[in-house]
Write a protein that binds this ligand. Structure first.
Ligand code: AMP
Length: 464
């Protein structure tokens, strides 16, 4: 998964992109990059591994002049963790510098890459996004827009894209609409971003959300609709609402906080933890859900776990030798809330079960009398092929174990979770979701075999 941003017609655009990427940091912590384009059409790129704040210093931003920018934060789902795969890509194109920032995952990238390589294309990275760049460059369509469209109609899977060509920005969302992309206005300029929380941070007022299949051109403060992409059945990623997006964002027309609250209410309606004295969340992703659960059940909401916010995703544990559980570095229980009580613990999702198992042990050690785990989504049983970094089926606990086996493994008194329908009902809309990771119902043909999904190409270690 990734965060993308495009800025057009705003002085010091790289700084706006930087701020926006800051708000999108949760969407990718592996690398960050910005391309800026100045008034003369010269493009400059800086990208680096790590967090946005690590990747950019004041001097780096000063070296990215111009009123146009394209930015990206990366979280790899295809391609390896190396600088060559960091985005945006910047290449020389006949119509000027071409930059691409991609959120999603192309499901037919390997097949297209093989064909391009046979035709003589040279790849600098192992990322699926570079395939798109080659397809654009090789298209025989007579216009830039035609070439981009030609490439988009050949790729399958998930893409919310910001593409810079010279001083023009193009933005598009695949026809199934897997990932969000929104447009806002700042003064006379426009900003395109993965979530509204980025528009808020840069002071942009929301203009519109790009709908599945939308393809737009942004120039001189104007947004122009181009002919839409070939329509397909809409399949927006429900996991964006359950876990991935920030609760202060509005995506797919839904305030994320509102849906999460309703997911918690659904748990209280259909899966109450009878006899629980208190309810608390696994912070922060489940906070709104625990609030919703408390609202409907009347069970008192407490802070039973405190999260250390300084633990990054790439944190390596220097005290592993002391056998300190990783989960202990991230969470600590509040004994005062837990001791002697029957507790309902709300989490958003179950993946490998390892975090939950560690948390349950911790909660028991803090003196809980009973632990009732409630999950605000069905357990994940299959990998995501559309951009979320889920493990292979072998590592997904619910793909291979019954609920009773999982309950015993986690060491909880009761374990319940929302059914697919109960989760979908919380969105208020029925037929437009991709829930493949929960249901196995994949909306596109999947050409890769399971287990090949991550790091499927040989790693490239070149630096940019
Ligand atoms: P586990 O107990 O190991 O199954 O992990 C479940 C926890 O991981 C939940 O609390 C989720 O908030 C979190 N989670 C779910 N999906 C992801 C993901 N794709 N990347 C990182 N964390 C996730």
């Amino acid at each position: 998964m990734c965060g993308v941003i495009g800025v057009s017609g705003i002085p010091d655009a790289a700084r706006i992109a930087y701020l926006g990427l800051y708000a999108l940091q949760h969407r990718g912590q592996e690398s960050a990059g910005i391309v800026s384009v100045d008034a003369g059409g010269t493009a400059r790129l800086h990208r680096a591994m790590g967090l946005v704040s690590d990747a950019f210093a004041e001097a780096t931003l000063r070296d990215l002049p111009g009123d146009i920018a394209v930015g990206h934060t990366r979280y790899s789902t295809s391609g390896s963790t190396v600088l060559a795969n960091a985005q945006p890509y910047l290449v020389n194109y006949h119509a000027g510098p071409l930059s691409v920032a991609h959120n999603g995952n192309l499901t037919n990238a390997d097949e297209l890459r093989d064909r391009l390589v046979r035709d003589g294309a040279l790849f600098a990275s192992s990322s699926d996004t570079e395939v798109l760049v080659h397809l654009i460059a090789r298209s025989s369509a007579p216009t830039v827009e035609g070439q981009i469209r030609d490439a988009l109609e050949q790729v399958d899977g998930a893409y919310s894209l910001v593409i810079g060509v010279g001083r023009t920005i193009y933005a598009t969302v695949d026809s199934r609409g897997f990932r969000p992309l929104l447009v806002g206005r700042v003064g006379g300029g426009l900003v395109v971003a993965s979530e509204t929380c980025a528009l808020d941070l840069v002071g942009a007022s929301a203009v519109r959300e790009l709908m599945p299949g939308d393809f737009v051109r942004i120039d001189d403060g104007e947004i122009v609709d181009l002919p839409r992409l070939t329509p397909r059945r809409v399949s927006r990623c429900i996991f964006e609402l359950v876990y991935f997006s920030r609760p202060d964002s509005t995506i797919f027309g839904e305030p994320v906080n509102h849906v999460r609250r309703e997911l918690g209410r659904q748990l209280a309606r259909f899966h109450p933890a009878l006899g629980a004295d208190v309810v608390f969340s696994v912070p922060d992703s489940s906070n709104a859900m625990a609030l919703g659960y408390s609202e409907v059940s009347g069970v008192k909401l407490e802070h039973g776990l405190i999260r250390n916010h300084y633990v990054g995703r790439t944190f390596t544990n220097p005290i592993q030798a002391l056998r300190v559980q990783k989960v202990k570095i991230k969470f600590n229980p509040v004994r005062d809330v837990i001791e002697g009580r029957s507790v309902a613990v709300i989490d958003d999702s179950l993946v490998r079960g390892t975090t939950s198992k560690g948390l349950v042990e911790m909660i028991r050690d803090a003196g809980a009398r009973e632990v009732h785990l409630r999950l605000a989504s069905p357990p994940i049983t299959g990998p995501c092929h559309y951009g979320i970094d889920t493990p292979t089926r072998a590592e997904l606990i619910a793909a291979n174990h019954s609920r009773e086996e999982i309950r015993a493994y986690l060491g909880v008194d009761t374990l319940e979770y929302l059914t697919l329908d109960e989760m979908i009902d919380a969105t208020g809309r029925r037929n437009e979701w991709c829930h493949a990771c929960f249901s196995g119902d994949y909306p596109t043909p999947i050409q890769l075999t399971l287990g090949q999904m991550r790091h499927s190409s040989p790693p490239v270690t070149a630096t940019a």
